[in-house]
Design a protein around this ligand. Sequence first.
Ligand code: FE2
Length: 298
Amino acid sequence: MQPCPALRLRLMTALALAAGLLGAAAAQDLALPNRPDSLKFAIIGDSGTGSDSQYRVAQQLLAARQKFPYEFVLMMGDNLYSGSGSKDYQKKFEKPYQPLLDSGMKFYAALGNHDNPDERNYKPFNMSGQRYYTFKPKAGVRIFALDSNYMDPPQVQWLEKELTASGSDWKICFFHHPLYSSGMHGDESLPLRAQLEPLFLKHGVDVVFAGHEHFYERIKPQKGIYYFVSGGAAKLREGDVNKTNLTAKSFDTGYHFMLIEITKDALHFQAISDQGKTVDSGTLPRVSDQEKKKFATP
Ligand SMILES: [Fe+2]
């Protein structure tokens, strides 16, 4: 008996997805320790286009999970370009990441300059109705999501209070606009840097992830803090990294996402292109709060 056309289409789609996934998984080489007791997560930035490139990165993200069981995905903002009606959520988030969402994957979003602040009320972004929020995914690690569009006094006060109370060894911040980058937006970062960097140093922030620039850049450690720019999960500004002495490594010829693994004393990272190629990877030791305080102004 022949299956009905609708069922046949569903079967063919499932087969195509499985074949694509196998190919994508085969193309990827995992460059992380993948220890059973570590914290594992992924990073996407500037992802909300609904374009083929978003789907390609989504497929690589899904394939990576077969080898590296990350627990959640951080979104660096510009989660929905050009509109935020229910169709936009479907087209630019729910459909591209459907297999991950179906598997129970959690996404945590920050707001970008193209985002409607109402996205904070969209349940799958896990923002609990807030423009900025914090969560502790594992003992010894705390993550802070900020709204870099409006770094108003209440947010700065909130951040200072939460950082003071944290007590976690690892303090990880993420938000849309990078404090350091070598792209077209590099010079715009100075006011935000002047606002946030002293707080980060005073309270021992270890690593900062941002998007907005449509490429990948790992910044050389700045005053003991690690900075990554990851804004190429669906948008690309080819050739836009104007390498400065900030740049440790960059990739601006393709789309990408990141995998992160946190152990007690080190952060392991891997950036993977939409073709499954590793474009950067490595291990960074945790810098003690004492060490970072040396850079802080009293
Ligand atoms: Fe942006």
